[in-house]
Design a protein around this ligand. Sequence first.
Ligand code: ANZ
Ligand code: ZN
Length: 868
Amino acid sequence: EERYNPADVEPKWQAFWKDRGLFKVTEDPSKEKYYLLEMFPYPSGKIHIGHVRNYTIGDVVVRYKRMQGYNVLHPMGWDAFGMPAENAAIDNNTHPAAWTYDNIRAMRAQLKKMGFSYDWDREIATCRPEYYKWEQWLFLKMLENGMAYRKESFVNWCEKCQTVLANEQVEQDKCWRCSQPVHQKKLWQWFFKITDFAEDLLVHCDLLPGWPDKVTVMQKNWIGKSVGSELKFQVADMDEEIEVFTTRPDTIFGATFMCLAPEHPLVETLCQGTDQAAAVADFVEKVAAQERSLEGLEKYEKEGVFTGRFCINPATGEKIPIYTANFVLMGYGTGAIMSVPCGDQRDFDFARKYHLEIRVVVQSEGETLDPDTMEAAYAGPGVMVNSGRFDGMDNDTAMEAITDWLAAQGRGKKAISYRLRDWGISRQRYWGAPIPVIHCPDCGVVPVPETDLPITLPEDANLLAKGGSPLPTLDYFKQTICPACGREDARRDTDTMDTFVESSWYYLRYCSPRYESGMFDPDAVKYWAPVDQYIGGVEHAVLHLLYSRYFMRVLHHFGMVDFKEPFTRLLTQGMVCKETMTCPEHGYLFPEQAKKKGDDAFVCTRCGKDVEVGRVIKMSKSKKNVVDPNDLLEKYGADVTRLFCLFAAPPERDLEWSEDGVDGSNRFINRVWRRVLECMEKIDTQQVAPFSGPAGDLKNPAAKALYIKTHQTIQKVTADIDESFHFNTAIAAVMELVNALYTIDLDTSDKETNAVVLAAINNMVLLLSPFVPHFCEELFEKMGHKGSVLAQPWPKFRKDSLETDQALVVVQVNGKLRAKFSVAADTSEAVIKETALADENVVRHIQDQPVKKIILVNKKQILVNIVV
Ligand code: ANZ
Ligand code: ZN
């Protein structure tokens, strides 16, 4: 065949791999294991280009490691629960289960067409009862051990739809379906006590050398450890105390008011009976509609109301007013702060707004701040003033001293606060794993007996048009008998678990996916886990990756695994980007809706108007700057698509999609194809075997040079894959080898050259096989080999054959020595001849006589014989 034909070749090898079960693995103690995993996809319906890139990267490493002799686990499955299935079901009048399973079928077929080397026997879908049964089991175990608990907390609530909304269903504080304002409603919900492991999770961030720094930094910030003090303020004329968390106990003499989060349990008590009660109630309600998170805070103006009460500053003994303010979060510290306007900007703004006292207590050495004229808080280091016995101290020393002083009076202690919150896992959603508890009017919350697991999600429920979960409306699901007392009017919990619960342990399930006596077979996990290399998007830097680390700590605590870190190495691949195209008439255009006009310009295929080519940004459906993997498969096949993804950028960087680049990959593939076939035509493989000795044994300099190039390429490709996953430079190295193969003279009966060419193409095909596997299998077969490249060991380079040495060139004109120079031994004959003819002395001896013949003799040195 003239050209590589993916439509024939790729299905052929996919069938070959499948029929021989080449990607199936079992635990084999005689081999070193390697577990590579890409983050599993949500079955949205179609593989997108980001998936293709992610899985191609993984597949290269897997195929490489296999050839290196590792026993490689490379599974694939589906993160199958979640809200899009519910939305699609409402919109298309189907069922989430049907939608999900259809999508899985379609996407599985696409992945198979890409030639990814998965052990499909290990496929899992998290929406299967066999899977979530074990998650329910773990929930019960955590509940029994105090690691799961219930508390009242806020959810987004749409009054009109009478339903809870996930954060994604709240669009600018409004319900996504009916556009009514969303409220915060308090519901009883389940939590996992991830905060128990806050310190351990934090400390180990520094013990993950295989993770990108940016990810561990994000995790550390997310955990957010603050060292400070907890101080107690007595409420005036009331038997209540308020505890605050502060990182600046040194500023306590400047605490001129106090602020409580609107959700703080004392707020209502405090204002009761004061004339502020109504104002406070209004304010609390107003804040209830706001987004109550650190990020959310930035959206709202800082404001508050007086509660009508005062408390006593324990340092000054003065009465200070208590406010409730929207910038204080209930979920952080104690939900109450001592406000120090001179030292904290928010407090400063608040004090100015509500005309509260500002008292300077820390100022820089030699400076005097005037509270009436200062324009901003001073947060820097300095000297203590207006602070009684602590005046004159530097404020750093005062932190310690003041905390000790208050501690001696029983009014304070050192404290650590984490930003990390316990993980709320209850979702008032349908398409998720049911939470296995029963509520009994007499016994309260009763765990489902283990023998009743799984609590199966009814897969035939009709979804409610407004988007709420149908579970609470299904009596046959909800009504049950109390396992503790036998009452017949008990009811099941109708909430489901956050889908992040499924993804926190799926990688262990792959080790023994059909195991029926537990979450996983301990022996299988002992052999395979932890994951050696995990690959996925950086958007999961905190939630998924942190929850997974947490889950392993839970299992470790139960003695179920002997490690705490699930992913030894992590690669976060960059995004796939493309320029946007905008037509003045039709808005954003898909690439195929713009036609090339000239070199860089485009026109709209519908209206012919000039298209504006926008910035190169992440591919997204909304901007239409996307390419469909199906189109690529159709036009180029899997291997060209894979090659482009790998060649266009190193994995951790963003990749700019370019049609020209894909064409370039296609040309390269065919260039390799042609040359290998030419070589095979010319070389009689019955007569010659690939050369494998040291380069020094080779006499022909051109052959020697090609041989050295081959070994340099092996070295380079191996290092690039192994050390840095820089496949782009690995491929570039192979391209150079291909160039070298094109310059070698094949019309020679020189056995030595032929043996070297054979060695070069053999190795080249093996080196390329992780990147473009179908293509290489086909070439390998055409080269007369039996079986798969996968069964071949990864090429090894000879240390003694990496150096190009110098060769001495001796030039004779009509038999007389006229020049001597040295060249790299791999210099081509053409270049040597040219250099000889250009030599000054040679030129003088030829003068203007025509050159009849140039003979190049290759012995220990290169002899150029020019006859004129
Ligand atoms: C008094 C003070 C004086 C503060 C000063 C700061 C500067 P990090 O470092 O982020 O932990 N704070 C405490 N709990 C809060 C809550 N629930 N919502 C909003 N703010 C809260 O910040 C700790 C500081 O943030 C604490 O120290 C407290 O304000 C505030 F010159 O107390 B500080
Ligand atoms: Zn009961």
